[in-house]
Every structure is written in C-alpha cells, then in structure tokens.
Design a protein around this ligand. Structure first.
Ligand code: SAH
Ligand code: SF4
Length: 356
C-alpha cells in the first residue's frame, strides 16, 4: 500500500511555495496554480496553460489532486441546497448551501464523518464517529460545491460565508479544521475574511483553551442549557466539561480578536424554555460580549424532543432582549429536504426518500 498522498487543496500559498522550492521548481508558480484552483475552479492540471508540465506531472505523481464528488443534491423550497459529498473511500458527508440577503451564500461544512460527542437531540450524534475529515476533504467540500453551482446554476456563483455546522465536532478535528480555515482565508485564493467564517463547538474545553492558536474567526458555542443537569441530559460532553469549566475556558478566549461569542441555544418544549432557563442564562452570559442564537428544535423521524410553539419561542427571545442581550431566532431552512441543523445524516438509503 502506498502512503497516503497530501492533497493539493490542503496547502496554503506559502506551503505550496515551500513545496515547489523543495522540489526544485520556481516558487512563483504557486500563485498561478492557486489561481487556477481557487479562483477559476479548474482542477484538471492539463488545462493549466501557464504552468510547466514538469510541475503538473510532479503534482499528478506525488499529490492527491482528486476533488470530492457531488453524489446527490436536493433543493429545498426556500432555496437551501443540500449536497451529499462523496470522499475517495466512498464515505459521504453533507454540505449545505444556504442563501441569505445581500447575495450571501453560506456553506455549512462538515468536519468529520459522524460525530463522537453523541448529543441526544442531534441526528448526526446517533451515528458515532467514523473518522475525521482531512484538510483536503474539508476544503474539497467548498471547491466541489462551488464548481457544481458554477456548472449547473450560475457561472459566477461564490460561497461568501462558511459555518462549521455540518456533521462533526470541528474542535475534535482541530488541526485539519485549522489548516482548512487558513486555506479558506488565503488572500490569493478563496480569500474569506475572518468574520465570514464561524466555528461552532459543543464545548471541548481543552481545544477552546487552544483557540488563541486558531485564526480569529467567529466562535459559536452550542450551549443549549443553562443548568448542568439539563445540559448533561442533552450533551454527554457536559459530564466531562461542565458549565463552570466551560465558562472558565470561554472567558479566556481573546475577545479583542473575536469581539463577541455567539451562544447557540436549541429551544426544546418544556425542557429548556422556562423562566428558570432565562434566569440561568442571565447568570451565565456576560452582556455586551454575548449574542444568543435561538434554534427552535428541528424534529426528525424518531426524535424524542418537541419544538416549542411559535408564541413560546417569541416570548423566550423577547425576555432575553428585555434582559439586555442581543438575541435572534434562527429561521429554520431546508427542513423539507432534512438539511436543517441536526438533520444531516448520511445514509444512502435516505436518497430514495429525498429523490423527487
Ligand atoms: N458539532 C458542532 C457543530 C455542528 S452542529 C456543535 O455542536 O456545535 C451545528 C448546530 O446545530 C449546533 O448548534 C447543534 O447543536 C445544532 N443542532 C443539532 N441538532 C439539532 C436539532 N435537532 N435541531 C436544531 N438544531 C440542532
Ligand atoms: Fe456532534 Fe454537534 Fe451533533 Fe453534538 S450537536 S452530536 S457535537 S454534531
């Protein structure tokens, strides 16, 4: 068995320059290759007319130049498009393109195949962890989806934002997600600014403590409960890192860079939508640096929790605002194709359900 090759799409511009130099090529070719891949979405080296064939042959021989495949896609009535993305070992993950106003098109990317955290409300959490995604596979979701959109919908399509809210716990796959983020931010490539990328974590305290070593993107913490007993019921990770430890770590995140922390809070009927929960949140969250994003629970087949009524959701939001917090309610998108938060789950047999 040959050693696994490095993906060409896992390299920052500087990494690519280094690689070329080490292999006896001119460094400047890195800019040209970068332009072909990340600006023109041309992944076939044969088409790179201004790049020497020696370099192209070197890549073909020594690097992995495969892009993940779009195995299936489905369009929701609200414009959200879900992609099933196939990796070279035939595992699949979901990536979801979500349109918003001002021409925004956000890609929700997966960081792992499955997830080890096992939250009881999460469809992905029932799968367990199969494996981490490589950096090339994380960046590859962006490249494959952009290419597909350009070929099939709009030749100028551009994904303007990235959220690590697909399958997996991104901080569990810290190094690959960090490297992918650097590639997403590369000026001469995709060029996303740090405010265009959001990392969502269930609260892996040791990795939160390492965030100063991560590009200063937006941070979202999946909080979901303001009391330890409820949080433990929802998120087994709370047994290892309870609210006290979680908030000790959060308070050390260098906020000058991050400006504020977003707290995701899934609202579940009669579980965490009560007055005691509002009071708990006010005790935990520092005003002025905390935003709360309420996510009405998305029911899925076999889910044991219920979504609160619209009146209850509005009441909860109004109460948080009255207490001085910035608070929004996430509009659930893509529910008709099971693409909404927590509904991402790769199973080929589902394709039959989703297919038109
Ligand atoms: N693992 C990371 C990121 C992926 S989950 C995390 O947990 O933060 C992305 C968001 O979707 C999280 O806030 C998660 O809690 C939420 N989510 C999961 N299942 C959901 C469901 N059934 N309804 C609503 N939101 C859900
Ligand atoms: Fe994993 Fe996030 Fe789902 Fe929890 S909510 S099981 S951390 S993907």
């Amino acid at each position: 068995m040959s050693e696994k090759k490095t993906s060409l799409y896992s390299l920052t511009l500087e990494d690519l320059r280094e690689y070329l130099k080490e292999n006896g090529f001119a460094k400047f070719a890195a800019d040209q290759v970068y332009n072909w891949i990340f600006k023109r979405y041309e992944f076939d080296p044969d088409k790179w007319s201004n790049v020497s064939s020696k370099i192209k042959n070197d890549f073909i021989e020594k690097m992995d130049i495969n892009i993940p495949k779009i195995v299936w896609n489905g369009l929701s009535t609200d414009g959200t498009r879900k992609f099933l993305v196939g990796m070279s070992d035939s595992n699949t993950v979901e990536a979801v393109a979500i349109p918003a106003k001002n021409n925004r098109l956000t890609l929700c990317v997966s960081s792992q195949i499955g997830c080890a955290i096992g939250c009881t409300f999460c469809h992905t959490g029932t799968m367990g962890l199969t494996r981490h995604l490589t950096t090339g596979e994380i960046v590859g979701q962006y490249l494959a989806v952009t290419k597909w959109l350009r070929d099939n919908v709009d030749e100028e399509a551009r994904l303007s934002n990235i959220v690590y809210m697909g399958q997996g716990e991104p901080l569990h796959n810290f190094n690959n997600v960090k490297q992918a983020t650097k590639v997403f931010m590369e000026d001469k490539g995709i060029g996303l600014g740090q405010r265009k990328i959001t990392l969502s974590t269930s609260g892996l305290v040791p990795q939160i403590e390492k965030l100063e070593d991560f590009p200063p993107v937006n941070i979202a913490i999946s909080l979901h409960a303001a009391h330890d007993n409820i949080r433990t019921e929802l998120m087994p990770i709370n047994k290892a890192y309870d609210l006290t430890r979680l908030f000790e770590a959060i308070r050390k995140i260098p906020l000058k860079a991050h400006r504020w922390i977003t707290y995701e809070y899934i609202l579940i009927a009669d579980l965490n939508d009560r007055v005691e929960d509002l009071e708990g949140l006010s005790d935990l969250l520092d005003k002025g640096v905390s935003k709360v994003n309420l996510i009405p629970f998305n029911e899925y087949p076999e889910s044991k929790f219920k979504r609160p009524s619209d009146e209850k959701i509005k009441w909860f939001q109004d109460e948080l605002i009255r207490r001085g917090y910035i608070c929004t309610t996430r509009i659930t998108k893509g529910t008709d194709i099971l693409a909404a938060c927590g509904q991402l789950k790769s199973e080929h047999d589902k394709l039959n359900l989703w297919a038109d």
